[in-house]
Structures are given as C-alpha cells and as structure tokens.
Design a binder for this molecule. Structure first.
Ligand SMILES: [Zn+2]
Length: 215
C-alpha cells in the first residue's frame, strides 16, 4: 500500500534493526495479525516468514516475522501443526535458513548450496516413512519417527521430485513480497492477484518516471 504511512520494524542485514517506511509493502497490519498466506503447507509456512521490499535484490530491506515477538507469536498461533509451532526459535531459524536456500535454488533453477543440501539430507534421514495398505486397498504413508525437523526437511526435498522440469516452487517477484508459492498454472508469476496488480503498477510508475527523465 503505497504511501499508507505504516511503519514497520525492518532488519537491514543481521545487525541493524531500524524503522523504515515499507513503500511497496501491501502487508497492512491486519495481514500481519492474521498471516492469511499460512495454510497446510508447513514448508511454505516456515519459509514465508520474511517479506522483501525488492525480491530481485537480496540486499534490499526485509521484514523478518520471526525477529519480532508479536509477529512470532502470531506465526506460532497460525501454524496448523503443534510440533512446528512450538519449535525453539534457534532450531526454527536454522531450519528456515536451509528451507529458504533450497526453495530459492528451485526458483532460480540452480544447485542448492552444499551446506543447506547436507543439512536437509541429514535432517530428512531422521524422519523415515513407511506405508500401510488398508482393507479397502488405500495406500497411506505413516511417519516412523516423531521428528518434526526431519519431517519438514523431507517435505522440502520432495519439492525436487519433479519429472516435468517445471519449477514447482517460485518466488513472487512483486515489490514488498518475495513469498514462495506453488504455482497453480504454468504461467503463474505472482503469489496472488494482488501482488500482480501491485507489481504492474510499480512497473508503470517506473516507466512514467523514466519518461519524465528522458524529456
Ligand atoms: Zn506476492
């Protein structure tokens, strides 16, 4: 919401926390209070706890929902899995870092950095699954161990199990977003219609600005 005057605490790199007007962020307070993007996809719930002002520029200001008590509490309340919601913050941050590295690699179609890959592989080994067949012929899988980190690492790795070569996870490039999403269509560029509208408006403004400067 451009020019809405809302101020967010923003982290700029690991050490400097300060307030900055999120000019492009459409994350109004009600969004942060409800986090409507959280659904049953726990990998995305952990990954999507950072909002980037300019997703194409990794050094652009970001809003880290796990870095503030209030948004962390909202996140814990909204995540639909008690074991994930109750993860200690340190473990959660470590897990998020590896998950985001993996999803970022899928989005950019490049290899996952070795440390994140090793970590996910190691964690996933702690959460094997087995199958059971019901009397009616339904196959279902069963968790063997009660290992929440391993479970999420395994589900992250499953995002790579794609035969068609399509990216099954993408990062929304809209200013004030940068959320990862699983596209419902091949040509889906934005996580939501709202992000598409905002990104087009931003591009339009930029072009208008360039037009004025060119005069
Ligand atoms: Zn978006």
């Amino acid at each position: 919401m451009v020019g809405n005057g809302l101020m967010f605490k923003v982290r700029y790199g690991p050490y400097h926390a300060f307030s900055l007007r999120m000019r492009y962020s459409e994350l109004v307070q009600s969004d942060l209070a409800e986090m409507p993007w959280i659904d049953g996809d726990l990998v995305l719930a952990v990954a999507n706890t950072v909002v980037l002002d300019f997703p194409g520029d990794p050094t652009s200001p970001s809003l880290d929902m796990l870095a503030q008590e209030e948004t962390l509490a909202t996140w814990r309340r909204r995540v639909p899995d008690a074991a994930v919601a109750e993860l200690p913050l340190g473990a959660l941050l470590e897990l998020r870092s590896a998950i985001r590295a993996a999803l970022d690699a899928i989005d950019r179609i490049c290899p996952v950095p070795d440390d994140a890959r090793d970590q996910l592989n190691t964690w996933a080994a702690g959460a094997p699954i087995t199958f059971t067949l019901t009397a009616t012929g339904r196959l279902s899988f069963v968790e063997v161990a009660d290992d929440v980190i391993g479970r999420l690492a395994r589900e992250t790795l499953r995002s790579f199990d794609e035969k068609s070569g399509d990216r099954i996870v993408r990062r929304c490039p809209a200013p004030g977003c940068g959320m990862f999403f699983r596209p419902g269509r091949r040509d889906q560029s934005w996580c939501t219609v709202r992000c598409g509208t905002r990104a087009r408006a931003a591009r339009h403004r930029q072009q208008g600005q360039r037009g004025k400067e060119g005069r």
